[in-house]
Design a protein around this ligand. Sequence first.
Ligand code: COA
Length: 338
Amino acid sequence: MTEDARGRVGVEIIGSGMHLPEGTLTNQDLEQLMETSDAWIVKRTGINTRRRADLASGETSSVLATEAMKKALVNAKIEATELDLLLVATMTCDSPTPSVGCVVAHEIGCRDIGAMDINAACSGFLYTISIADAMIKSGAYKTIGVIGVDTITRHIDYSDFGRGAAILFGDGAAAVVLQASDDPEKGMIAHAMHADGGGAKHLFIPSCALDFPEEVEFDERKLNTVQMNGQAVFKFAVTKFQEVISETLEMAGIEADDVDHFVCHQANSRILDSARDRFGIPEEKLLVNIQKYGNTVGGSIPIVYDELMSSGKIKPGQKMMFLAFGAGLTWGSSLWQL
Ligand code: COA
C-alpha cells in the first residue's frame, strides 16, 4: 500500500462474515409464551422469526463474534496475525470485563494487538466502522477487524409483562475486515454520529431501583430487562433516520439516487418503509431482512452487509450508506465509496 502525492490512503472492506445462533424463536413460539399473535407482530414490525443464543450452554457474544470474525478473515483471505487492531460494537459483553474484543483476539490467534468494545447500542457498528476508517486514514493502522455482536435476548422478559419489547429482538454477529488501500478515494466520504442522553430512558436496561426515571414505576421484574417506550422510540427513529440521510447527502453533495445501497439498522420494517417513501429509495437498494432475524442490535448492520456481499450485489465503485439509530439515544450515518 502506498500513499498518494498528498499523503492520503483509502480504506477498503476486504472481507465479511456472519454467525447466528441455531436456536430460533418464531412468532408462533412467542404465542405460547405470552399474550400476543403472529398477525399483531407482523403488522407492527414485519418480523416472523429471530435467533436466540443458548446462554446456558455458553453461547455468549464472544462466541458468536469469534465465529463471525473467523469467517470474515477467510473471506478476506488474510490471517488473524495480520490484524493490527480489533474493535467490537456490543452492549452485551459476556461479563463487565474482559471485553469481547480481548476474548475474540485471543480465540482467533491475533498478535498482542489492541482490542476493545464500543457501546453505542444499535448504532454501535456504525460508530465503530467510522472510527476504524479514521484510524486507518491517520496512518496509525493498516488492517482493522470490526465486529458487531449482541446477545440481547439475555435481557428480555418472555412473559406478558415484557411482551412490548420481547417480540422485537434477536441475537447475532457479523464482522468485516478493513484495510488501507492505494486508492485514496475509497472509504468513508461523509459521516454523522449523534447522541442525545436526554432520551436515554425511552430505551434502557435498569440494573437497580435508582435507574428508574420518575415516570417509570419501579417493579423488580423490570430489572436487567429491556424497558422501552415503543411509541417514543418509533417517533424518534422515523424522524432522525430521515434527518440523518438528508444531512449526509448534503455533506457529500450527492442525491439519494447516487447511493447504490442503504445498509440500515433493522428495527422495524415500518421505520425502513418511511425512509424509502420519503427519499424514493427502490426496494433493491435497501435490503430488509428483519423478518428472519428481528432486531439484532450491534449485529444488525453487518449482517445486512454480509448478506448483500454474499449474494454478489456489492460491486467496486458503488456508494453505500450505513444508517443506524438506537438506545442512548444514538443515531448516525457513514457514507462509503467502495
Ligand atoms: N402483542 C400484542 N399486543 C401488544 C404487544 C404484543 N407483543 N405489545 C403491546 N401490545 C398491546 C399494548 O398493550 C397496547 O394495548 P392497549 O391499547 O390495550 O393498551 C396495544 O398493543 C398498542 O400498544 P403500542 O405500544 O401503542 O403499540 P405500537 O403500535 O406502538 O407498536 C411497537 C409497538 C413496539 C411495535 C412499536 O411502538 C415500535 O416498533 N416502536 C419502535 C421500537 C424500536 O424500534 N425499538 C428499537 C430501536 S433500536
